[in-house]
Design a protein around this ligand. Structure first.
Ligand code: FAD
Ligand code: FES
Ligand code: FES
Length: 516
């Protein structure tokens, strides 16, 4: 696909600019499929960042991004193995090498790791350090449980996590706290930047662009690949319409693996992460609106406030570095039958705002999936927003994620349930399971059986039988068909035990889902 001519008065940039160790890096002609990890190790020879799995699972490749947020810099850990280099544009990149001060002093995180004997093997340690560095830069002193959550994406298979968790607690009390200019100053959008951070803010301001990033880079076969990163919704819509064959890139946590594991060539990419209008995240009386560029991390707290069970599921969705990149829009658009967002969103009656050019349409999410990995998206159309209803408080909503591991695991089955009780009778029942069919699918037979029935042991038994008619699950490495069927039935029973005799949605106002 040739690079398109610029439209209207839009100015285009062909250079990727990001900050590394306080210096602005300018790159041109990079293959847009190059991962940040490969660029670091093979081009810059910064080999502190390691490759373990190349699929976002182990955390050995963790690096930290600094991004402008008003007058502050917001830090987030990501997996460099599945992020493409052009997505660094406009950001600051920290690797484990960035942490050492010019005088050689260790960062408090590194010092604490040494003192607590947390540095166990050379593969995992840099990743642990970077996850802890992001925590140190982002939050007030955390609880031990929060530290566990933060480290859920960093795997150690040799000795264990205790010394590392000890180090995470100790890093706030390190004697070297003020050495090398590092201070513990948790991120708060409203507070003022420190002097060091002000310099970062200025550097980042200097590399923000207004128009589309349009780069062309060589592939390994001597061909050309293109990558666009528009800044506005209208430019994005125009590009997607002009190039319906291009791959839309959001957080890249599915797409990255197509390159690293399936060795696919992505010849044309349109990145939506820089579009301001897609960062919308707001709730009103009737809806929660989640723009397509909003990450799971960013949306988690607001959704959890209304639907604590969804919050719990998102706490267990992948790992913090994945959630820091992955979007809910990408989860929904990817349409995996085992994706975790869809059962809950469908049981809540959510819809999608789809855009093609200047036109938009609203489609109920349960009408979006046509067949295995086939959606109702037309060529040139994309997901602009996910719209989640704010349900009346007499509605009950519950959901359950069943996976082999508690953290960082894909669901074998995920079940979500919405209904209200009117004089003891079930009304407006919506049930959806993931992992049970080729698409996230509503349990139509079960819903019919439960509708207008009293919420009783007898109804549950009938509902469990109906579920067998709704689904014919498959055997795979996550679970056998028999296990899936049994769990699906048992989740309905669990729902009954947890909700019978109790009407009303549990709404926990302003609870922090990470810290409780
Ligand atoms: C280690 C690991 C663990 C994971 N664990 C989980 C888990 O527990 N639960 C779970 O559900 N998923 C999990 N995933 C899968 C993945 O993280 C999610 O599907 C994620 O939400 C995808 O979002 P993204 O922004 O990264 O999408 P991308 O990878 O950028 O895109 C995914 C697909 O959606 C399309 N797309 C993205 N945005 C749009 C849009 N706005 N309009 C149209 N098309 C679009 C892309 O073209 C692509 O086809 C995991 C992935 C990894 C690597
Ligand atoms: S190398 Fe394992 S998460 Fe990136
Ligand atoms: S620290 Fe690398 S396997 Fe334990």
């Amino acid at each position: 696909m040739p690079a398109t001519k610029q439209s209207g008065s839009e100015t285009r940039s062909d250079a990727i600019r990001f900050v590394l160790d306080g210096e602005v890096q300018t790159l041109r002609g990079v293959d847009p499929n190059t991962t940040v990890l490969n660029y670091l190790r093979e081009t810059l020879r910064r080999t502190g960042t390691k490759e373990g799995c190349a699929e976002g699972d182990c955390g050995a490749c963790t690096v930290v991004l600094g991004e402008l947020d008003g007058d502050r810099v917001r830090f987030r850990a990501i997996n460099s193995c599945i992020q493409f280099v052009p997505t660094l544009d406009g950001k600051e990149l920290y690797t484990v090498e960035s942490l050492r001060a010019p005088d050689g002093a260790l960062h408090p995180v590194q010092r604490a790791m040494v003192e607590c004997h947390g540095s166990q093997c050379g593969f995992c340690t840099p990743g642990f350090v970077m996850s802890l560095f992001a925590l140190y830069k982002s939050e007030p002193v955390p609880t031990r449980s929060r530290i566990n959550d933060v480290l859920a994406g960093n795997l150690c298979r040799c000795t264990g996590y205790r010394p590392i968790i000890d180090a995470a607690e100790k890093m706030y009390h390190s004697d070297s706290e003020s050495e090398g200019g590092w201070t513990h100053r948790p991120y708060e959008a409203s507070s003022e930047a420190s002097s060091g951070e002000s310099e970062s803010v200025e550097r980042l301001r200097g590399i923000q662009r207004h128009g589309t990033l349009a780069i062309t880079g060589p592939d390994l076969q001597g061909g050309q690949r293109v990558y666009y990163a528009p800044k506005s919704l209208s430019d994005l819509a125009e590009l997607v319409n002009q190039h319906p064959e291009a791959r839309i890139l959001a957080g890249g946590t599915d797409i990255g693996l197509w390159v690293t594991k399936h060795h696919m060539d992505l010849d044309a990419i349109i990145y939506l992460g820089d579009v301001e209008e897609l960062q919308v995240l707001e709730a009103n009386e009737t809806h929660i609106e989640v723009g397509a560029a909003v990450t799971v991390t960013a949306a988690h707290h607001l959704i959890a406030e209304y639907y604590p069970d969804m919050g719990e599921m998102y706490r267990r969705f992948a790992s913090p570095p994945i959630r820091n990149a992955a979007t809910i829009g990408g989860n929904v658009a990817n349409g995996s039958p085992i994706g975790d967002s869809m059962p809950g969103l469908i049981a809540l009656g959510s819809s999608l705002i789809l855009r093609k050019g200047a036109d938009t349409r609203e489609l109920p999410l349960d009408e979006f999936y046509l067949a295995y990995q086939q959606t109702a998206l037309e060529p040139g159309e994309f997901v602009e927003r996910v719209r989640i209803p704010v349900e009346p408080t007499d509605r009950i909503f519950k959901m359950y994620k069943i996976s082999k591991r508690f953290d960082q695991d894909i669901s074998a089955v995920c079940g979500a349930f919405g209904f209200r009780l009117n004089d003891g009778k079930m009304k407006d029942v919506r049930i959806c399971y993931g992992g049970m069919a080729a698409i996230p699918k509503r349990a139509a037979e079960c819903e019919k059986t439960l509708e207008d029935s009293s919420w009783s042991e007898v109804t549950v038994a009938r509902g469990m039988e109906a579920l067998d008619r709704d689904y014919e699950p498959i055997d795979d490495m996550r679970a056998s068909a028999g296990y899936r069927s049994l769990v699906t039935r048992n989740l309905l029973r669990k729902l009954f035990l947890e909700t019978s005799g109790r009407a009303g949605r549990t709404r926990v106002l302003r609870q922090d889902p990470e810290t409780g």
